[in-house]
Design a protein around this ligand. Structure first.
Ligand code: AHR
Length: 618
């Protein structure tokens, strides 16, 4: 056997191969990366989001001493029409103070001794009201860790104050109380740690953002996932598809949104913040837009009404890259970023399988390429199980000249091992693969190892695979929609899984060029001097989906011609469990000698019912 390494320019460029995919699933944004500590800050929670939500979800009444009050959510005089609800605290008896307190995410609001928190709210009062309003960082029993007072006027006004905590308590409460008389109106009650990632006000949780930055991803796909295309076609609906224009500008003017992962989405983490975060961590932004097509509820915008949807895509590119003389570029400058965000990629659709989507995709593709020929467009394809290996997506991509096709798969570790060669036969002349979502089912070391093996298969096929990202990225342990996930967190801690460290290893060591290697048989690598003289390896044979019987597995030493029978027969069984336990054999069975030796393996195999076999030596 031999290994031939060709020169650099005969290999393929690895480009932006490994990145991350952020979707607000598992409370990844609200109650996660987005550092807002108050849950339901704008009293916009609604049964539309989830059956057990209402405007007062995560809020409790406070009545101290003889205090008595009535609390209700109103909408007659909102701070902005897109943020219609606010709370009215009618003070019946002031006692030692009345008001409301927020329960936060997880066990409560996390306070740390000596740290400061930036509180803000919109408030107004009725004419008779003349007392200050106290803002308190509290424990669950009402112990006050920090307090500030503000005088409120009778017009909606934004108040902001920084409060320090005298204690560490991860189950805290935020109380807003007063001894005034009359009615106090409150909205957008917000508390952020003053220390956020890059110290941006209203920014990102430093610990989670740092975990993401530490991966050193080449790109970030966002904001979904199913999140983008599940929903109604009207951008003004609470349950509309994800429309990026709803997510920019002052947070109190961003409309509430039903998140299809069965919770409420504030959109406080919006497109401007996504672009800024990408820039902060050196990742190229890859926004994914809905194509007016929801394959789940089968809602499709009529073709002759596609215009505004296509405009969304064109305007987004202008928002990211246009200069200050353009409409959307000037808005970006106004929001604080005169320099472009240098958008290179855009994705249309997510996990699409229907003809209705592909019909619409063509209109998007043509309009984008006509105006922005250098923008690389990502077409879509269904999840692996749905579409006969994605054929429809690939056909559309070839017909339209898409730059990428987005493939997704969540499978067993053995499936990933069995599909190590998936892209070997893909042509460099085709659109490239964007593996926009993949994972093996679990966060064990074995899952991580299988993913690592699979990722070497992505690397070695850089001619065909352009971009790849694990999914999902983040999960709040108390709000699990989906697992496994790459990073787990609660309201004050964050943990990387074994899978995280595999991703990190690959991202930290991304090459620029693939050196083409040709092997004949396989080679046992030379051992450095001083190492043991005999090389021991292990052979893994497996099966995917169903049974496989292997017979007469033999190892042939190319130099001596020696033929060694490793085993007469291995039967890989029917169940997943069975396959996992019985697929590994021959530990310490393959023995070579120091120096580069080469071997061939011969075997006979019979498969049942379309199963696939695979073999690894390591
Ligand atoms: O990653 C979780 C979900 O899996 C994504 O939202 C969707 O695209 C896929 O089905």
């Amino acid at each position: 056997g031999k290994i031939l390494i060709y020169t650099k320019d005969q290999g393929a460029a690895l480009g932006d191969l490994f990145g991350i995919f952020f979707e607000d699933i598992n409370h990844a944004a609200d109650g996660g990366l987005y550092a807002e500590m108050v849950r339901n800050r704008s009293f916009e929670f609604d049964p539309i989001d989830r059956h057990d939500y209402d405007g007062l979800t995560a809020w409790e009444k406070v009545e101290l001493g003889e205090g008595k009050s009535s609390i209700q959510v109103e909408q007659e005089h909102p701070i902005h029409p897109r943020n219609p609800h606010y709370v009215a605290v009618e003070i019946i008896e002031a006692g030692e103070g009345v008001g409301i307190k927020n329960l936060g995410f997880n066990s409560g609001l996390p306070y740390r001794e000596g740290e400061t928190y930036t509180f803000s709210m919109y408030a107004r009062r009725s004419a008779s009201f003349d007392e200050p309003v106290a803002v308190r960082l509290e424990g669950i029993d009402g112990t006050v860790y920090g307090e500030a007072k503000v005088m409120v006027t009778s017009e909606w006004t934004k108040y902001e104050v920084v409060v320090a905590s005298s204690a560490t308590d991860f189950s805290g409460r935020l109380a807003v109380v007063t001894k005034g008389n009359g009615t106090l109106y409150l909205d957008m009650i917000s508390l952020f740690p003053t220390k956020t990632f890059r110290n941006r006000p209203g920014g990102l949780r430093d610990d989670i953002a740092t975990m993401l930055a530490d991966l050193k991803p080449k790109f970030m796909r966002f904001p979904g996932g199913c999140l983008i295309h599940d929903g109604s076609l009207n951008a003004g609906d609470r349950d509309s598809m994800y429309r990026w224009k709803n997510t920019i500008g002052p947070v109190e003017q961003r409309p509430p949104r039903k998140n299809n992962w069965r919770y409420h989405q504030t959109l406080g983490l919006g497109y401007f913040e996504y672009f800024q975060f990408c820039e902060d961590i050196g990742a190229k932004p890859i926004p994914i837009l809905p194509a007016g097509s929801d394959p789940h509820s089968q809602r499709y915008v009529p073709i002759d009404e596609l215009g505004p949807w296509i405009d969304d895509a064109l305007d987004l590119i202008e928002f990211a890259n246009g200069d200050a003389s353009t409409e959307w570029g000037s808005l970006r400058a106004l929001l604080g970023h005169p320099e472009p965000f240098n958008l290179e990629y855009i994705g249309i659709g997510n996990e699409e399988i229907g003809e209705q989507f592909f019909e619409r995709y063509t209109y998007f593709h043509q309009a984008i390429k006509a105006k922005y020929p250098d923008i690389q467009i990502i077409n879509s394809s269904g999840p692996f199980a749905a579409g006969g290996e994605y054929e429809r997506g690939w056909r559309s991509a070839r017909d339209n000249g898409s730059d990428f096709v987005d493939e997704h798969y969540y499978q067993s570790p053995d499936w990933l091992l069995a599909h190590y060669h998936r892209y070997d036969s893909f042509s460099a002349d085709d659109p490239k693969v964007f593996l926009g979502e993949y994972a093996s089912w679990g966060n064990t070391y074995y899952n991580a190892l299988a993913e690592a093996a699979f990722m070497t298969g992505l690397e070695k096929n850089a001619h065909a695979v352009g971009l790849a990202c694990y999914a999902p990225l983040l999960c709040n342990i108390d709000y699990v929609n989906w697992k496994p996930d790459l990073i787990w967190f609660n309201n004050h801690q964050v943990f990387g899984t074994a899978n995280y460290y595999v991703q990190q290893m690959f991202m930290h060591h991304q090459g620029d060029h693939l050196l083409r290697m040709v092997t004949d048989g396989f080679a046992v690598p030379a051992q450095p001097a001083g190492n043991k003289e005999r090389i021991e390896g292990k052979l893994l044979v497996g099966a995917n989906l169903n049974e496989v019987v292997y017979r007469d597995i033999r190892l042939i030493n190319h130099e001596t011609g020696e033929v060694r029978t490793l085993t007469d027969k291995v039967e890989i069984g029917e169940t997943e469990e069975d396959r996992r336990h019985r697929s590994e054999f021959g530990r310490n069975a393959v023995v070579g000698e120091t120096g580069l030796k080469s071997y061939s393996l011969s075997m006979k195999a019979i498969r049942k019912n379309g199963s696939r076999g695979f073999i690894m030596f390591f």
